[in-house]
Design a protein around this ligand. Structure first.
Ligand SMILES: [Zn+2]
Length: 400
């Protein structure tokens, strides 16, 4: 290159190139009100009407923050919970228009009935300590949880259920989304030798009622639960000839893990067949003294306590004793597992929609890898499931 070519042309005019200014936007969530400090809430970001991340939902991590960098003038909003599903996305919430300042939106979960509070950010405030940031306050109430929890229609239920769903089960599940007249469902089933039917009872949803005004179990709660959860449970229950089943929790807005809040979980406490009732409960295994629970024998409690003690000791002899005692305890778990419970668990494991099966006897975190462990009531997930059967279904478009 010659020197001449590198010389700036003195006649060139100065041209202004517009560089749009960028601002940071931070959504910050506080879900401690429902004792779920690290709640893995599914979300999608929408900027100027465009869904980000190729439409793939993320989940809120332990930072509790969604941090973005956007052009000044952008409008930012979120899809939350089961509303992230491509077939839902009805309610963009907490929309904010980004002006000259960086933005912080502080969203705090609030228990109780606050039907007047909407998912909006209101007016910004500026803190003297950092006047460059526009701070907004917003609430996450039971009504807002209800809004961002998809309510399935009968047509959706019908198309979501697996093809192999028996016709009687399909009809029963559809009736839930049409609106049940009462908290009960009767499914004709020839495998029930004594009654010829499976009766499903639904317990009132205390958590939804406490946090949503005029909340109806039949209209608001049951249809926010994924149809495949009901289809899998009823199909398995029919296969093993269950006469009666008590479903204690389905969708619920402000309690426990995201699975129930996103409508992907079901809880069952009682099952019955011609041979009798099974109370799905093994509370008291870890408590000292004699057993008060018919599903936990004194021998099992003794072996459990000894194996736990030995597992805490550090020497080699104790570790050998510990594994021997642990195996003896596991044999007692197997022995106490009611026949009907075992049959139901196995039938549920064969349902393609089911991802997780947790109960007081056994825990299966992922039905795809087939690993089932005895419930030792040590981890918080094990402890929670000492008094009911929980099912989670697969729905990659909401939560993985
Ligand atoms: Zn559950």
């Amino acid at each position: 290159m010659s020197d001449a070519a590198a010389t700036l042309d003195t006649n060139a005019s100065v041209k202004a190139v517009p560089v749009s200014a960028r601002r940071t936007v931070c959504y910050q969530f506080d879900t401690t009100a429902s004792k779920a400090k690290t709640l893995a809430l599914p979300y999608l970001v929408v900027i100027d009407g465009k869904i980000q991340n190729g439409g793939k939902a993320r989940t809120l991590d332990i930072s509790r923050q969604i941090k973005l960098n956007v052009a000044t003038g952008s409008k930012v909003a979120l899809y939350l919970n089961s509303d992230v599903h491509p077939n839902s996305r009805q309610y963009p919430v907490y929309e904010v228009e980004v002006g000259e300042h960086d933005v912080l939106v502080n969203i705090v979960e609030k228990k109780g009935q606050f039907s007047d509070l909407k998912p909006v950010v209101g007016k910004p405030e500026f803190r003297p300590s950092n006047s460059r940031v526009a701070c907004y306050q917003a609430s996450l109430t039971g009504n807002i949880w209800q809004m961002v929890s998809h309510r399935y229609t009968e047509a959706e239920a019908n198309s979501l259920m697996p093809d192999e769903t028996p016709a009687v089960v399909r009809d029963a599940v559809c009736s839930i989304y049409r609106g049940l007249p009462g908290a009960m469902l009767k499914i004709a089933n020839h495998k029930n030798k004594d009654t010829g039917a499976l009766v499903v009872q639904f317990q009132r949803s205390g958590n939804a009622e406490e946090n949503i005004k005029n909340c109806s179990l039949m209209k608001d709660v049951l249809p926010r639960t994924h149809p495949c959860a009901f289809a899998a449970l009823f199909s398995a229950a029919c296969t093993v000839g269950i006469d009666e089943i008590l479903v204690t929790s389905t969708w619920r807005p402000m309690h426990g893990s995201i699975l129930h809040r996103a409508g992907l979980g079901l809880d069952i406490t009682t099952i019955r067949d011609a041979d009798g009732k099974v109370q799905i409960n093994r509370e008291g295994l870890t408590e000292p003294g004699q057993s008060k629970n018919p599903n936990v024998s004194d021998l099992e409690k003794d072996l459990y306590t000894q194996s736990q003690k030995a597992s805490k000791a550090k020497d080699n002899k104790s570790s050998n004793d510990s594994s021997e005692l642990l195996n003896k305890w596991k044999a007692q778990v197997e022995k106490s597992d009611p026949k009907l419970m075992r049959k139901l668990r196995e039938a549920l494991g064969k349902e393609k929609s089911i991802k997780q099966i947790f109960d007081p006897w056994y825990m299966e975190v992922n039905t795809n890898n087939g690993q089932i462990v005895a419930n030792a009531q040590i981890t918080s997930n094990e402890k929670i499931h000492d008094n009911h059967l929980h099912l989670t279904i697969w729905e990659h478009n909401i939560y993985e």
